[in-house]
Design a protein around this ligand. Sequence first.
Ligand SMILES: CC(C)(COP(=O)(O)OP(=O)(O)OC[C@H]1O[C@@H](n2cnc3c(N)ncnc32)[C@H](O)[C@@H]1OP(=O)(O)O)[C@@H](O)C(=O)NCCC(=O)NCCS
Length: 145
Amino acid sequence: MQIRAMMEADLPKVCAIEAENFSMPWSYDSFLDSLKDEKNVYIVAEEQGEILGYCGMWGVVGEGQINNVSVSKKHQNKGVATALFQRFLEEGRKKGIKSFTLEVRESNAPAIAIYEKFHFQVAGIRKNFYERPVENAVIMWLNEE
Ligand SMILES: CC(C)(COP(=O)(O)OP(=O)(O)OC[C@H]1O[C@@H](n2cnc3c(N)ncnc32)[C@H](O)[C@@H]1OP(=O)(O)O)[C@@H](O)C(=O)NCCC(=O)NCCS
């Protein structure tokens, strides 16, 4: 498995995984705008030309706002997200990011397990933040200052 920067050519495959995993998927253009900005970190895990998963964050004045963490259903539970996330945080740190934040559905135990593995802590709950279905968001932070 190779982990590398996301490129525009990856977007059809990234969007297919996005549609598989989320009821309100990010659009092609949202990914394209995000990966073009040098302050952001957008990476993919690839094996033999197949995209297994991807992560994305916006870098906003020293803070990493994590927007995308996703692995295709076929490749889940094989350690792909763990490997991606490790590299993802490293790439963020290289850009001077000192604290990372994300929101996750309260019921999303596999995702929360990964974030806790990387020492993210729960900072609060955003009531009914998600739609389709409506659900609370858990807000998590990793501060490395
Ligand atoms: C969350 C997601 C990215 C994880 O990817 P993955 O490649 O399967 O993750 P990994 O294989 O690296 O690790 C999965 C971890 O979750 C744990 N896990 C799996 N199912 C679990 C469950 N029901 N409850 C608690 N932990 C669970 C596994 O034990 C493993 O942890 P470990 O390595 O410490 O044993 C993937 O499931 C996914 O894409 N889900 C849909 C999209 C999504 O919800 N993204 C997050 C949005 S915030």
